[in-house]
Ligand binder design. Sequence first.
Ligand SMILES: *Cc1c(COP(=O)(O)O)cnc(C)c1O
Length: 217
Amino acid sequence: MPINHSIIEKIETTCTMHQARWVAVTKMRSLETLQALYQTGKRQFGENKAQELCDKYVALPKDIEWHFIGHLQTNKVKSIIDKVSFIHSVDSRKLLDTIQREAKAVSKNISIFIQIHIAEEETKYGFSLEEVIDFFSKFKKEDFPNIHIVGLMAMASLTDNQAQIKNEFLSVKKLKDTINTQFQLELKEISMGMSGDYEIALECGATYIRIGSILFE
Ligand SMILES: *Cc1c(COP(=O)(O)O)cnc(C)c1O
């Protein structure tokens, strides 16, 4: 599938302006498409299925930084742990425990985001605002020596209502600040914003955006 180079340029410029980074979401795209993206210099790729990520990992250059961005079942952690640099979608304590165990087994340190449920749709995953406070109140860093929690991840509601999207994104920024103050943490990153809402996300403090569909023509 052809790549939209002018969109990539625009995303690069916008990210630089906001000191943010972007992940090219390559789920369901062919190896040829990923190779074409690689040729543009892109090295941060995001996938949401363990098997698909493993297949692409094997076939593509090893200097790609893989980001896992979808709901991750605990029984799939082992298959991806040695391949990914970031897991954006940690949505339960049980998943975090499994990631710690599997990361330790391969002597690897991994960066993760805690996924927050902010959208109105029930189908989306993540901790509710109350759950995440409860999670951090019980969190002990020494129990997770192989994990670096870098920040929060969220997806806005599927809506055209820009004000609602903005409010949802702002609530994530506020939550991150609250967590840092309340639990003396230094979460720095916020992974939010996709093709349709990345500009709003960056205005609201996103440091990683995850862009798929608009990259392709
Ligand atoms: C597919 C996906 C994206 C990218 O969405 P686009 O609208 O195609 O940019 C971002 N984040 C997650 C978690 C996704 O599953």
